[in-house]
Write a protein that binds this ligand. Sequence first.
Ligand code: NAG
Ligand code: NAG
Ligand code: NAG
Ligand code: NAG
Ligand code: NAG
Length: 490
Amino acid sequence: MAKPTLLAIVALLATAARLATGFTPVPMYGQSAVLIQDTIFVYGGYRRIASKFVATSNLYTLDVSQPWTSANPPWVDLTDTTTGSSVAPQSAFQTMWPSADNVSFYVWGGGNNINQSLSQNGFAQYNIVTKTWSIPSTVVNIPLQRRKLSASWTSSGVAYMWGGVGDWHTAYTTDQNALHAFDDMITFDTKKLVWNVLDIIGQKPLPRMDYTVTMLHNGQMVFIGGTTMQQPNVTVVTRKLAPMEDIPIFDTNSATWKQIYATGAIPPVRLMHTAILSTDDISIVICCGQNNTVSFNDVAVLDTQNWYWTIPEVEGNGNAPSPRMAISSIFVNGQMIIFFGTTNWDALFNDVSVLDTRTKSFQWITGFTLSPPSSPSSSPSPSSSPNSTNTPNGPFASEGIIITIAVVGGLLVVVIAILIFVITRKPLQKHVQTESSDDTSHVLVSVQSQIQASSSDILLSAQNKPDQPDSAPRSHLDLHTGDHLLSPLP
Ligand SMILES: *[C@@H]1O[C@H](CO)[C@@H](O)[C@H](O)[C@H]1NC(C)=O
Ligand SMILES: *[C@@H]1O[C@H](CO)[C@@H](O)[C@H](O)[C@H]1NC(C)=O
Ligand SMILES: *[C@@H]1O[C@H](CO)[C@@H](O)[C@H](O)[C@H]1NC(C)=O
Ligand SMILES: *[C@@H]1O[C@H](CO)[C@@H](O)[C@H](O)[C@H]1NC(C)=O
Ligand SMILES: *[C@@H]1O[C@H](CO)[C@@H](O)[C@H](O)[C@H]1NC(C)=O
C-alpha cells in the first residue's frame, strides 16, 4: 500500500479515536458558548489551580450531529497551547458570538484575577475551518473591556451587547472596592466589521449584569434576571437582584427600549442563570442560577407573546444538574444542553445535562438524542401558558433518521479503515495518547500566577473570590424594604 494512503488512514483513525473516547474538560464556570452548524463551541471561564481561580483560553467543542450520553459526551479540546504567540485571550465572563457566514466566532471582554487588561480588550476571532485564532483588524471604536454581560445577535450577523461591569478583574481600576456600571448598547457588525455604540432615544432601563438575553425572531432582545446597577458616584455601584417579572426589552429595529412586567408563576429572583429560546420561537426556558445565597436547578418558562411565566412539570430529576450558576446552555433539536458552572464558588463542574422540552412534561434525559422524544405524552414544545400557540416540531423525526443514516455510514467507513489498519499493522498508540494531554497553557498560567502568588493569595481568599456577587457571601445581602439590595462587588 502506498505510504500517503497509509498516513491518511492513520490520521483518520486518530480522529476516530479522539471522537470516540472524548476529552474530559476541566471543571469551570464563567465560560461562554455558541452553536455553529452542528458544533457547540465553549470558550474561556475560570478553572481552579490549587486554590486559585485562573481565567483560561480553553476552547472545547461538542458535536451535536450525533447522539451521545451525558456520561460520555464527545468533547474535543481545541485549546491553542502554543505559548507566547497565541492570541486567544485568557478570560472569564466574556461575550461570544458567531460571524454571519458561520465560519468563525468572536470573543470580546471578560476579565481575569491578575489585574491585567486583556490585549485588544479581549477581542479575538476564531476561524472554525482553519482552526486558527486571529486579532481582527477592525478595532476602531472598540468599547472598553467589561465583563458579566452577554451578547445576542440578529440573523443578519449583528451582535448586540449591553451592560456589564468594569472593575479590577477588567483592569478598569486598581481599587478593589470600585465598580463601574456600563449602560451603553454596543453592536458589532460581523459583515461590515464595525463596532458601534447606539444612540438611544427615549427611556432606558437601569443597566444590568449577570442577566440572560434572548433574541426573538422579531428582533427584540429579552433581558431576564441578574442585578440592576445604579452608580451614585465614580466608585460606587448599588446592585439589586432584578425581579423576574421586570423584563426590559430592546427592539433592535427601532433602537428603543420598552419595559414589560410579566405575570403568572414568577420564578425566584436569580443571577448567572441560563436561558434559551424554544422551538416555538415564543417560549424562553430558563434554568439554574443563584440568588446570592442559594443556587438553583429549577426550570421556568416565559411566554413572550403573553408575557406569562409558568413553572413546567419536569420529570427525570435524577438526571438534573446539581444546583449551580455561571453555567452555559445551548438548544438543539428541542433539547436544552446545560454544562459546567459552580455552586457557591466551591464545587466547580465539568458535566453535561440535557433537558428535553419536546414533551408536555419536560424531562431531564440521560443524553443528547436525535430521535423523537420518548414518553411521557409526546406533545408539542412548551405549553408555556394556557393561551400560547404551540408549533408542532414534526420535522425533527425525519431529520433524525437522515442523520442516523449519515452517522451509520460514517461508522462503516471507520470500521473499514480499522480493518485496513489492522492488516497493515501500523501502531496507533501515539496518536491516541496525545489527545489525553494535560493542557500546557494551564501550566503556564499556573506559573504566571505563582509569580504573583503573594498578592493573588489575598485576592482569592475566601473573603474575596473572583466573581462572587459579594465579597462576603451570605452576610452581605441587605434586604432593604424587601428590595433585594446587594452591596457592591469586593
Ligand atoms: C448560519 O447559521 C444560522 C443558524 O444555524 C443559519 O440560520 C444561517 O442561515 C447560517 N448562515 C449561513 C451563511 O450559512
Ligand atoms: C459615593 O457614594 C457612596 C454612597 O452614596 C458614599 O458612601 C461615598 O462616600 C461616595 N464616594 C465619593 C467619592 O463621593
Ligand atoms: C434565596 O433562596 C432561598 C431558598 O429559596 C430563600 O430562602 C432566600 O430568601 C432567597 N433569597 C433571596 C434574596 O431571594
Ligand atoms: C393569557 O392567559 C393569561 C392567564 O390565563 C391571561 O391573563 C391573559 O390575558 C391571556 N392573554 C391573551 C392574549 O389571551
Ligand atoms: C491588584 O491590584 C490591587 C490594587 O493595586 C492590589 O492590592 C492587588 O494585590 C493586585 N492583585 C494582583 C493579583 O496583582
